[in-house]
Write a protein that binds this ligand. Structure first.
Ligand code: BTN
Length: 254
């Protein structure tokens, strides 16, 4: 399969209210929109997270989706979740300062002070030969507002709550696209290993006891990192397990 395509020139589309920037990017992908199209909305009335969950989307936060046509295998393209996580965390650090170092939580969350500040939703369509036709990377970053703890799966926060409010979604999108381009270039040049190292350097809960909620059960063990495909490594009483999909919680939260 081919090496991923170079990062395209960004073509930004600014919208007021939309159902979901991912949905809009997917509609445009199906209609032939160019790679590099970025859908940025002030608010979403049907914002979505992983596993069909609702993404709280009031005005003032960042909601953006990037359309790519990376011409590589789906397995390779899905590494972009980690590229994006590293980029979002770098943006948060850039505005929140070193004392609030952003962490990456497997597979697609960005945390500050152990609370979720951003999430990433990647959706894709493959063509007949198995290569990716299009890939949409949606990012939600809580700038001014976040869901309360009773309405979300994981405690949440915002830049404002972390003492770094006052940024526009436009300015944060500028920073995000720049950080994403840099990390994407490194990924394309050096492969996943460099991104994996950057992600692990920011990993939340590495070496700690965790619970992983799977679609069909629960696993408990020590979070031992991610493998060279981005799968979670879990050291359980029965040996090391790899996990492709699930929700991670600290073991004391069960
Ligand atoms: C998650 O943490 O479960 C992923 C959340 C992704 C939310 C973003 S907001 C912009 C884009 N549009 C959506 O409907 N979802 C993503």
């Amino acid at each position: 399969m081919n090496r991923p395509a170079p990062i395209p020139v960004f073509a930004r589309v600014r919208l007021g209210e939309i159902d979901s920037t991912n949905e809009e990017a997917k509609r445009r992908a199906a209609a032939g929109a160019v790679a590099g199209t970025v859908i940025h909305a002030d608010r979403q009335n049907a914002g979505r997270g992983r596993s069909g969950r609702t993404w709280h989307s009031p005005p003032g936060n960042l909601y953006a989706s990037l359309l790519l046509r990376p011409s590589c295998s789906l397995a390779t393209a899905l590494q972009l979740v980690f590229v994006t996580g590293v980029a979002v965390a770098a943006v948060v650090d850039g505005v929140a300062g070193a004392e609030a170092r952003a962490r990456c939580k497997w597979p697609n969350d960005v945390l500050v002070d152990g609370r979720k500040i951003g999430g990433i939703l990647v959706e894709s369509q493959a063509s007949a030969n198995g290569a990716v036709d299009w890939l949409v990377i949606g990012v939600g970053l809580n700038i001014v507002a976040h869901p309360d703890d009773t309405s979300s799966l994981y405690p949440a926060t915002s830049l404002a709550a972390a003492g770094a409010g006052g940024r526009s979604s436009e300015a944060l999108l500028d920073a995000l696209l720049s950080a994403f381009s840099d990390t994407y270039d490194g990924w394309r040049r050096d492969g996943f290993s460099a991104v994996r190292e950057m992600w692990l350097a920011r990993a939340h809960g590495l070496g700690s006891p965790i619970i992983v909620r799977l679609a069909d059960g629960i696993l408990q063990g020590t979070f031992a990192g991610i493998d060279d495909s981005g799968l979670l490594l879990l050291d359980t009483a029965g040996g090391r397990r790899t996990v492709a999909a699930g929700d991670v919680f600290p073991a004391h939260a069960s």
